[in-house]
Design a protein around this ligand. Structure first.
Ligand SMILES: Nc1ncnc2c1ncn2[C@@H]1O[C@H](COP(=O)(O)OP(=O)(O)OP(=O)(O)O)[C@@H](O)[C@H]1O
Ligand SMILES: [Mg+2]
Length: 342
């Protein structure tokens, strides 16, 4: 009896009613000494009549109950309900199923956000802890007498100052990311000569490259301007981050970073390729995530926060373009992104 439909309930009750009625008429007839053939019609007539009656009554009853639930769901979906409107049970079922799907999606999204938030706060406090404890260590040593020890006083102050610099760059990077994510930084798209921009960035980083024994080369430098529609300071930051990475994670000796431009119909493809440490395949898909670093100790000594590539990706996506990476460990890495021609 568990899964009775309105039809099943009506059929059963009608059968029972018709049987009782037929029996009653039969008993009365026999008692009165009549034997009327009409008795044969009692069962089907009473069965059909009560079936129709019960069917309507049961449906109305269920409908009345369900309508309350339906209205609640409708209100939850923030749609206005037209009171005079009648809904079929099938319509109600589809709506409830839609509602269920919507809720499941929403819950999934919220769970994702929650774990993202947890991971983010965890990463952030971990990243801040290191420089803060370093500063505390240096200052305590200086206070406990190191201040008067000429062997360490200046170098400890310098180290503490480096840790402060690291915290500042972390905060600045996070600030950039949250502004990019919330859309607070509007891209100031203008027609810019990409050749000039690349040359400026290469010029500014040449010293740092030399100090790390890395050669920076703008390969097949176009003799004419290559006009692109970009936010100049954003793409400047993208090039700086990629080239600095190629220097930091470059080959210890005879490192080389090659910058190339490729004409691709509507776009220009920019490539920054190095012959450095390379990146194993399984890291590639997570490389652009914030705080993601492969060799944490090496990145830390070189001041890495793991935010550079995340900022790069945000800037490229704000230009509606894409960035990719190819890499082979011990051979090198190539980062490439597209820009729209002006
Ligand atoms: N050209 C590269 N060659 C090898 N590994 C790289 C290269 N570029 C990035 N990586 C790896 O990807 C990680 C993430 O790079 P990302 O630029 O986001 O952070 P970072 O350089 O550590 O810090 P930041 O850029 O904030 O100073 C790096 O820690 C490094 O392990
Ligand atoms: Mg970096």
């Amino acid at each position: 009896m568990k899964d009775l439909t309105p039809n099943g309930i009506a059929l059963r009750i009608s059968f029972l009613m018709a049987a009782v009625l037929t029996l009653l008429v039969f008993v009365l007839d026999t008692y009165n000494g009549n034997s009327n053939l009409l008795i044969l019609a009692v069962f089907p007539v009473s069965f059909i009549a009560s079936y129709i009656g019960f069917r309507i009554a049961v449906e109305r009853f269920i409908y009345k109950k369900i309508k309350v639930i339906y209205r609640t769901i409708h209100n939850l979906k923030l749609k206005k309900v037209d009171d005079s409107k009648e809904f079929s049970l099938a319509q109600i079922q589809t709506e409830v199923e839609d509602w269920d799907k919507l809720n499941k999606e929403e819950i999934g999204r919220l769970k994702g956000l929650e774990s993202y938030r947890r991971e983010y706060v965890g990463n952030l406090s971990h990243e801040l802890k290191t420089p803060i404890f370093n500063i505390q260590g240096y200052l305590l040593t200086l206070l406990e007498g190191g201040l008067h020890d000429p062997n360490i006083n200046v170098s400890y102050l310098e180290k503490a100052s480096n840790s402060v610099d690291r915290m500042i760059s972390l905060i600045e990077n996070l600030d950039d990311i949250s502004k990019l994510e919330s859309g607070m930084i509007e891209m100031d798209i203008k027609k810019v000569d990409l050749v000039k921009l690349v040359k400026e960035v290469v010029g500014a980083l040449e010293m740092q490259a030399q100090n790390n024994d890395v050669k920076l080369k703008f390969v097949d430098e176009p003799s004419k301007p290559v006009w692109v529609s970009i936010d100049e300071s954003g793409i400047n930051q993208v090039l700086v981050n990629l080239i600095v990475n190629s220097i930091k994670y470059g080959k210890e000796e005879n490192g080389e970073t090659l910058i190339k431009l490729f004409d691709m119909d509507e776009n220009v493809l920019v490539e920054v390729a190095d012959n450095g440490t390379g990146i194993a395949e399984h890291h590639l898909s997570r490389l652009f995530e914030r705080f993601y670093r492969i060799d944490k100790s090496r990145a830390r000594t070189s001041g890495g926060t793991g935010l550079g590539l995340s900022i790069v990706k945000h800037i490229i996506e704000a230009h509606n373009q894409t960035i990719n990476v190819r890499s082979t460990p011990e051979v090198g890495s190539t980062f490439s992104f597209t820009l729209k021609k002006a």
